[in-house]
Design a protein around this ligand. Structure first.
Ligand SMILES: Cc1cc2nc3c(=O)[nH]c(=O)nc-3n(C[C@H](O)[C@H](O)[C@H](O)COP(=O)(O)OP(=O)(O)OC[C@H]3O[C@@H](n4cnc5c(N)ncnc54)[C@H](O)[C@@H]3O)c2cc1C
Length: 361
């Protein structure tokens, strides 16, 4: 058993997956989570095949199969529902495996149960971190670790302390998310596209529920006045919007160009590289980070292990950010151009978007 003292700041997908991945390599880690109750973040999550592969590599395959739903097909439609392109996901991901979708609460519960409660402190926020591994907590206590893993999300306090000049960038997009009942058992991810960057996505998550994500371009990160559902009144989704009164609102941001390693401190997941949900790769990147970091820490020594982690992850993460930017641009093409492009080359473009993600991280 390695005797490194490791602190993971944050008990989201990245933090819980890292604790689990380290434990399976014989390395214990403490985890400090700001919230007092386990967070579910609401709504749903699409898990592209590389996220499913990472969860299987974490030993969670059986539980995942039980709690999530397979997604076998993708379709891109216009706002009226007319098909622009459709394809089986095996065309995109063949050798990687299937894609799935899950309620966020279920994924958090699944990871939390597997990671266990040993060494986990809830209601303990990290307020300060230094490159020598010193950390301060919200109760005023201070401790020193061999490794500090900043898995504390897009507004990371660890990142602020170590790289104060790196901040999040607003992507000129805002969104709403909710779960709705559905009688549709199609196992199909459907994106409906309109003008002003309007996107309405549905993904079945099982148990007769569908996860809905609606986004629109916006110059301001604030929620617009009035009932947001009117922004999608000309989309063919009135039956779903009836269930959206309590939808979660969020402005969309990214972290780009951040360094992730300084001395004994390393950033992972959204803290390091939060991205637009266009590719639905945020969860996958967090899970892959966890597996790679655990591998490298188990091989030691620190801080060389952290440098190897950064070297193994940077190209792949840059690829995802780049594909997100391309997709965001494509969504904003004039309607007639967008339709022609997707009709003619949709599958080819989407295959290209994922080409860098087929190999194991
Ligand atoms: C609208 C939207 C839709 C998305 N859809 C998808 C999708 O379909 N598929 C997908 O894979 N990804 C999706 N993502 C991205 C995905 O949600 C994130 O990439 C993922 O949750 C990142 O996990 P994380 O653990 O790095 O961060 P988080 O999930 O943000 O977790 C961070 C944790 O750290 C805790 N914390 C914060 N500050 C501190 C502190 N100072 N001290 C201690 N703890 C702290 C928080 O309470 C939280 O528990 C989406 C994102 C958005 C915004």
């Amino acid at each position: 058993m390695t005797t490194l003292r490791i602190l993971i700041a944050g008990g989201g997908l990245a933090g819980l997956a890292t604790k689990l991945a380290l434990a399976s390599r014989g390395v214990d880690a403490d985890l400090a989570e700001r919230d007092t109750t386990p967070r579910d973040g609401g709504t749903g999550l699409y898990l592209p095949a590389n996220a499913v592969r990472a969860l299987r590599d974490l030993g969670l395959g059986d539980e995942l199969d039980r709690r999530s739903a397979p997604v076998r097909r993708q379709e891109i439609r216009d706002r009226t529902g007319a098909l622009l392109t459709g394809f089986d996901l095996s065309e995109i991901w063949s050798e990687v495996g299937e894609s799935r979708a899950i309620r966020r609460s279920d994924l958090h519960a699944l990871l939390g149960a597997a990671a266990g409660s040993s060494g986990v402190r809830l209601g303990a926020a990290v307020t300060e971190a230094r490159a020598d591994g010193t950390v301060e907590f919200s109760d005023g206590s201070e401790d020193r670790y061999d490794v500090v893993i900043g898995a504390d999300g897009i507004d990371s306090a660890v990142r602020r302390a170590i790289f104060p000049r790196t901040g999040r960038k607003f992507l000129d997009q805002i969104c709403w998310r909710f779960l709705a009942p559905t009688g549709d058992a199609s196992e199909t991810w459907v994106a409906r596209l309109g003008n002003r960057g309007r996107t309405f996505l549905t993904v079945p998550v099982g148990d007769g529920q569908v996860y809905c994500f609606a986004a629109i371009n916006s110059a301001s990160p604030a929620a617009p006045a009035g009932d947001w559902r009117e922004l999608f009144a000309d989309f063919n989704v009135a039956d779903l919007l009836e269930h959206a009164a309590d939808a979660y609102f969020a402005p969309l941001h990214e972290i780009e160009g951040a360094d992730w390693v300084s001395g004994r401190v390393v950033l992972i997941g959204d803290a390091a590289h939060a991205c637009s949900p266009s590719m639905a790769q945020g969860g996958a990147m967090a899970l892959e980070d966890a597996l790679v970091l655990a591998d490298e820490l188990a091989d030691g020594p620190v801080p060389e292990a952290l440098d190897r982690y950064r070297a193994r992850r940077s190209e792949r993460v840059a690829f995802v950010l780049e594909q997100n930017h391309r997709r965001d641009k494509a969504r904003n093409l004039p309607g007639f151009v967008r339709k022609a492009v997707f009709r003619k080359a949709g599958v080819k473009i989407i295959k290209g978007n994922h080409a860098g993600l087929l190999t194991r991280p």
